[in-house]
Structure formats: structure tokens, C-alpha cells
Design a protein around this ligand. Structure first.
Ligand SMILES: [Zn+2]
Ligand SMILES: [Zn+2]
Length: 190
């Protein structure tokens, strides 16, 4: 059993599930941190790629208002339990309304490993919500740490993105951005 959900640590710079969620806006991952009393309001942090470090996020509202960096990092302890560590700087921005992202679960997505010239690569397959014999292929884009539908970006100039994470109960899930595919889906071979 995990620590009781919603429990906040004595350290005020540690945030535990379900007081944070990951989402995606356009093609960028976002981290939302809730006030424990108001689950509808959140601070919105944007993913920022850092060398040798994953899961680093910055509040751009504060950056623009104050030029100060209010950041957060997702880390995990020795048991593999994830939590968020906040920087010392306080927000000068106002919390915003939280809009939950679209989340799907297996078997509505599947991660496949493919091999190209001896190099292993991962492909995410996302099945059509209306017809489970149709699916879309996403490739890993490392600098954003998300998967992208290449066909949509090359042929229709739109970004359809997804990434994998755990939901607040610890179940593996896939978060989709709200851009719809304009490409033609693949058909499962029967
Ligand atoms: Zn802020
Ligand atoms: Zn597509």
C-alpha cells in the first residue's frame, strides 16, 4: 500500500499524487499542481528539456511576470514511487482552471519495439476510439519526451502527440493532446 492519497508531506516543497497531474498542450508536456483544497485550480508548469535530466518543468507565467524561475521536477524514491519536488521560489502568478486531458488505457494503446538496421526504436500504436481495427503510429521524439504522429506532421502540418505515464491510482495510461488525426489510420491485419 502506498501512503494515503492526498497526504502532503511535512516538507512543503514535496507534492504527492493526486495533488499533481501530467497533461499535454499542443506538443509540450505540462505538469499541473493543485491546491489541496481546490482541485479545480492549478499552477501550470511547462516541460523544459534539460541535459541529463528528465521531467523538469517551469512556470512560464511567473517567468514572464517576474523573470524568476519557479520550477518543479518529478523524481522517484528508492521504491520507485514518484513525487514532485518544487523549487524554492514562490509563484507570483494566479492559479488557473484545470482542464483534464484525454487519457486512454490498454488495450486502446500499445507500445511496440521495432528494429531498424540493428537499432531498436519504440512505436506507440493508438487505436481509433470508434473502430478498434484501426490504429495510428506514433514515433518517439526525444527532445519533447513525447510520441508524435509523423504522418500528420509531414502531410497535414499538425501535431498529434501522446506520452505514457501513470494515473493517480498508479495505473499505466496514455495521455493524448486534443489535436485530431487528419492522416489515414492503419488497418489491423486479421
Ligand atoms: Zn507561477
Ligand atoms: Zn495522424
Amino acid at each position: 500500500m502506498q501512503a494515503s492519497p492526498g497526504s502532503t508531506s511535512n516538507q512543503s516543497n514535496i507534492i504527492r499524487a493526486p495533488n499533481y497531474r501530467l497533461g499535454i498542450e499542443r506538443w509540450i508536456k505540462h505538469l499541473y499542481i493543485f491546491d489541496s483544497d481546490h482541485k479545480t485550480l492549478c499552477y501550470n508548469y511547462t516541460f523544459k528539456k534539460q541535459k541529463n535530466s528528465m521531467n523538469y518543468f517551469v512556470c512560464f507565467k511567473c517567468k514572464h511576470l517576474n523573470k524568476s524561475t519557479v520550477s518543479a521536477r518529478i523524481v522517484s524514491n528508492e521504491n520507485g514511487e514518484e513525487y514532485v519536488k518544487l523549487s524554492e521560489n514562490e509563484h507570483v502568478c494566479q492559479r488557473q482552471k484545470y482542464k483534464p486531458p484525454t487519457i486512454i488505457y490498454e488495450p486502446d494503446f500499445k507500445l511496440n519495439t521495432v528494429e531498424y538496421g540493428g537499432k531498436k526504436d519504440q512505436r506507440l500504436h493508438v487505436f481509433d476510439s470508434n473502430d478498434k481495427t484501426l490504429y495510428y503510429i506514433y514515433t518517439w521524439i526525444s527532445h519533447t519526451e513525447t510520441y508524435r504522429c509523423d504522418s500528420c506532421v509531414y502531410n497535414h502540418d499538425i501535431n498529434v502527440r501522446a506520452f505514457l505515464t501513470n494515473d493517480e491510482s498508479g495505473n499505466k495510461c496514455c495521455v493524448l493532446n486534443d489535436q485530431k488525426h487528419q492522416c489515414k489510420p492503419q488497418k489491423l491485419k486479421s
